[in-house]
Design a binder for this molecule. Structure first.
Ligand code: HEM
Length: 118
C-alpha cells in the first residue's frame, strides 16, 4: 500500500499540474509534456485526491516507522564484546524469529569462542 501510494502521488501531482495548464520542468533540464488537456474541474478533483493521498502517506509512513521501532528486531541489542547473537538468544524465550536466529547463532559461536560469525 505504501509503495502504491509512493508511486501514485507524483503521478497525481503531474496530472494535476497538467490539468491546470502549468508546465513541469524536470530539474530545469527538460520540460515534461502535458499528457492531459487543460481541465479546471478535473484539476480540482486531482488536487483533492493528491492532498488525500499525501495525508494517507503521512499516516502510513508514521505507522511504518512505529512498527519498525517496536519490532523485536529493533534496536539491535549488543553486549560488551559485541555478542549480538547472545543478546538475540535472550529473546528465544519469546519464541520470535529474532530469538530463534539468535539462539542458533549463539550455539554456532560457542563452538568458536571469540569469533562472531553472521
Ligand atoms: C511524493 C510526492 C509528492 C507529495 C508527498 C506531494 C504532496 C503534496 C501536498 C501535501 C500538497 C498540498 C495539498 C493541499 O493543497 O492540501 C501538494 C500540492 C500540490 N502538488 Fe504535490 N506532492 C508530490 C508530488 C508532486 C509532483 C511530482 C507534482 C507535479 C509535478 C506535484 C504538484 C502539486 C501541485 C500543483 C500542488 C498544488 C499546489 C497549490 O495548491 O498551489 N506534486 N502536494
Amino acid at each position: 500500500m505504501l509503495y502504491l501510494l509512493l508511486l501514485t502521488q507524483p503521478l497525481l501531482g503531474l496530472l494535476q499540474t497538467g490539468a491546470r495548464g502549468q508546465p513541469v520542468d524536470f530539474y530545469f533540464l527538460i520540460r515534461l509534456p502535458n499528457v492531459i488537456g487543460i481541465d479546471r474541474p478535473l484539476a480540482r478533483q486531482l488536487h483533492d485526491l493528491h492532498a488525500l493521498t499525501a495525508n494517507a502517506l503521512l499516516i502510513l509512513i508514521g505507522l511504518h516507522a512505529a512498527a519498525a521501532l517496536f519490532s523485536p528486531l529493533h534496536p539491535p541489542r549488543r553486549r560488551a564484546g559485541g555478542d549480538a547473537a547472545g543478546a538475540l538468544a535472550a529473546d528465544a524465550e519469546t519464541d520470535c524469529t529474532a530469538g530463534r536466529i539468535g539462539a542458533s547463532l549463539a550455539e554456532t559461536n560457542s563452538e568458536r569462542p571469540g569469533r562472531w560469525r553472521p
